[in-house]
Design a protein around this ligand. Structure first.
Ligand SMILES: O=C(CO)COP(=O)(O)O
Length: 249
């Protein structure tokens, strides 16, 4: 039985004021039957970890460097995230792939860095609209996950998020059949590569315009173990409604 996960990605949003939303969330979930994760900007990880201590909310980073230390101005290592109180890190978000030219090979190296630091890697994949229109979604996702996951990936260290790029921040979502098709495909690919135990143990999140209004139906979809939520994770009330839908699923 896979433990469900409601993850919020604050992206480049939030200064100290945003901790009030986190406080509201942690007060609402001193404990929970699902895993809850907030990935604030790096500048808030330390304070967010302190604020979330003793609650059901875990804190994560949004990216890490593949190396442990070194001359990499502006970058943050997985060890540093861990030191600041993070337990997870998002790797290979489409905004990193597109804005920073990150390749799947680099993403696999970052995932290994995350494992070495004791962080759970939330490895992202997803197609652009043109790829979907060309009928190449599954081929694209298959290549992305094959190349982005290290051989050492396992169910305790790895979560996969399927985020169609055209659904991120647009209010558009795939049909439930389209979500199920991709999630079932990823599950089958994982079982093929890692075997039944690991392949069936790795959690699969859906991301892209998840809101309180559509969360329940998405969570009822095949092989959806939770969500990676952007905009709707910024307000505690919205994210709580999504968490509650996951609890009820
Ligand atoms: O990119 C996302 C989460 O990582 C999804 O963002 P939205 O929920 O704002 O569409």
């Amino acid at each position: 039985m896979r433990q469900k996960l409601a993850a919020g990605n604050w992206k480049m949003n939030g200064t100290a004021d945003a901790l009030s939303e986190l406080n509201e969330l942690t007060q609402g979930y001193p404990e929970a039957s699902v895993d809850i994760l907030i990935c604030p900007p790096a500048t808030l990880i330390d304070r967010a970890s302190e604020a979330a201590a003793g609650s059901a909310v875990a804190i994560g980073g949004q990216d890490c460097h593949a190396n442990v230390t070194g001359a990499h101005t502006g970058d943050i290592s997985a060890e540093m995230l861990r030191d600041a109180g993070a337990n997870y890190v998002i790797i290979g978000h489409s905004e990193r792939r597109d804005d920073h030219g990150e390749t799947s090979e680099l993403i696999a190296a970052k995932a290994t860095a995350a494992y070495n630091a004791g962080l759970i890697a939330v490895v992202c994949c997803g197609e652009h609209l043109s790829t979907r229109e060309d009928g190449k979604t599954l081929e694209h996702i298959g290549t992305q996950i094959a190349e982005s996951l290290p051989d050492t990936a396992n169910a305790d260290t790895t979560v996969i998020a399927y985020e169609p790029v055209w659904a991120i921040g647009t209010g558009l979502t795939p049909t439930l059949e389209q979500i199920a098709e991709v999630h079932d495909f990823i599950r089958a690919e994982l079982v093929k590569r890692f075997g039944e135990k690991i392949g069936n143990g790795i959690r699969l999140l859906y991301g892209g315009s998840v809101k309180p209004a559509n969360a329940a139906e998405i969570f009822a979809t095949s092989n959806v173990d939770g969500a990676l939520v952007g905009g709707a994770s910024l307000k505690a009330a919205d994210f709580s409604a999504i968490i509650d839908a996951l609890v009820a699923a």
